[in-house]
Design a protein around this ligand. Sequence first.
Ligand code: SF4
Length: 353
Amino acid sequence: MKEYSEISGALLEWYDRCARKLPWRGIHDPYRTWISEIMLQQTRVETVIPYYERFLSRLPALADLASADEAEVLKLWEGLGYYSRARNLLKGARQVMELYQGILPDDPELLRKICGIGPYTAGAIASIAYDIAVPAVDGNVLRVYSRLFGIRDNILLPSVRKKLDELASAMVPAGRPGDYNQAVMDLGATVCVPGTPDCAACPLSGFCSAFAAGDSADLPVIPGKAPQKTVRWTVAVLCSGNRTLVRQRTESLLQGLWCFPLFDCSPADAPSLLEKKFRLRSVPSGPPVHARHVFTHLIWEMDILSLNAGPELPAPADYRWVSREELDTLVFPVAMNAALKEAKKLLSSPGLS
Ligand code: SF4
């Protein structure tokens, strides 16, 4: 694992180019950070923006909120849901008026004593508004770090959570801690998303344990998930001349990665299906090879069948004929490792070159 500073540097560089433009960004106002972070809990960014703007135009300072009545605050919150958040904001604002002369403290421990402010929000306010180097750990951050550092244990276990919290603390750079925390949030919201992350677009792929192991879609490990479903495929490693047929996936699972043609039929039926679907005549060059790949909710049981086709015809829609050299330039998922090995073997055999 490279130095943490290298990782945070790469992430900040990405943030400087790709940060989402949001109305609560680029300001050092603890009140506004507080309002935005509370509104964003369980709520999508696009939903929050008009609420945030209306709330701040009506109650632009903490003192305005503290002196508002509950009915008015709830009206401003109407439609946003989880109304206890609005009530706690109001109670918290009155506490801050009473204890801190209307100014939110910069100490995360003191922030956590204010009504409605938990560890995540305290970290967000301290780092974003006050440049204090503390983490702000939510579900997004846990997902990113469990993948980045290859934490493959149940993240709900206190010992595992403690380890993730320690990593999160170690990762926050002394310079720009608020930007760094917002960069992790953006990465988790737009790239390292639940399910299948967009690793091809990730600035941290070169550092990422899950990316290297090919199991990013399986992390974080959270128990109580539905049993995995098994899907059987015949993987056709079809070679014509010195090329093989591949396709870039558009499905959400393994999206953007390259695969060999997959057929949900037995290996014996694959040649006739290939002819029917692609008008390509082929003969198996040996018995199928079995491989298995386990995803979070899914297991692929694969029979990899190498086939020699006749002269190369135009590639079917969405497919591409690629050479042995081109294969090395494309990104294949770990699930295709065994098939890739077969393809390379076939394309390197003297009869084909
Ligand atoms: Fe997440 Fe993939 Fe980036 Fe790793 S490489 S941090 S899994 S998006």
